[in-house]
Design a protein around this ligand. Sequence first.
Ligand code: LCS
Length: 402
Amino acid sequence: MNDERLQGPNTKIIHGGQHPDRETGAVSVPIYQSSTFAFESAEHGAACFRGGPGYKYTRLGNPTTEALERSVAFLEGGAGALGAASGMAAINSLYMTLLGAGAHMVAGDALYGPSRTIVETEFSRFGVEADFVDSSDPANVERAIRPETVLVYIETPANPTLKLTDIEACAEIAHAHGSVLAVDNTFASPHLQNPIELGADIVVHSMTKFINGHSDVVAGMIVAADEEMLERLRRVHVNLGGTMDPHQAWLVLRGIKTLGLRVEKAQANAMAVARHLEAHPAVEWVRYPGLESHPQHELASRQMRGPGGIISFGVVGGVEGGQRFIDAAELMVRAVSLGGIETLVEHPASMTHKGVPVDERLEAGITDDLVRVAVGCEDSEDLIADLDRALEQAMSGVAVGV
Ligand code: LCS
């Protein structure tokens, strides 16, 4: 692959790390739907298991999955990547690789709910300690570091507060203390942000979201900045077993080709929607990195190539107002998840972040009135008409402007 040809973002997405199938020339990578691979001889099998070239068993590696791994590793600027059955499978392989009895982790306080609760409720059983801090100020990360801190884990933008964390600053802090920086890059996608370029050692994705983009696959990916980390992660990941299925990989390969087109369209819609919300009397506050009112608007312009497609906001009337809003949506779909072509709307306090204890949730800024809109690729005029309809319902019975 002559990488000189791959200059623009969409060219990189479509061709990066990709080549027609070596066996048949098929342009679309075939689904190698096989759990196991025949060896030419006993010696060939032994050589494969000694680490030589060749496929052995799909949990340990599969050509379709590898095509997707090459693509995402290329887009993230990593040494390699490991496909996972889900975003959570990727995150748990990362945790299992780095955390052990006596280890300490510093993480952002606003993470996707299960990324936090699995540490607090399960890894704690094995003697792992963790501090969840407001990572929007890197000084809080630095203060929480202990001699036994092995992992700094951040999500930026964070789900669902859209709080940003300075990746470069956190990489410096983590490395100065001999620990690893891992970044969940799901919200930005590799089209808008590349944490490894900013110093991260590991990137994880829920590819269920923007990378696949069609609300029809659950999948994850772990990308390592260097070979040594990749092999450490691989040893754990293939034995934990949350690896990717070739059919799943093929669907994501199909979705990823339009990542740039979808993200650009969703982002343009999100900008129009965010501005509309900001001016609407039924909206108390709006959090979107593309708005000047976002407290980290400057950081967004520095470390991201665009503010993305997700908005959170508070509706008048608190929880009931939010519920009336969600119930009145006719075009936006009432569903969790994000990054699909259709606009989805959800209430994190009662849905995605229900498992986080109330005090921790509120401290992290996930208030009861927060409504999250994951903007899709419809026409913005239709989305705004639906929003207006739903906001009118939210306002019914509420004295606005008092
Ligand atoms: N990381 C982030 C930032 C996420 O938003 C999610 C899922 C995950 C990891 C886990 O990925 P999964 O295992 O589901 O592929 N976020 C969801 C959400 O906000 N609504 O539903 C799922």
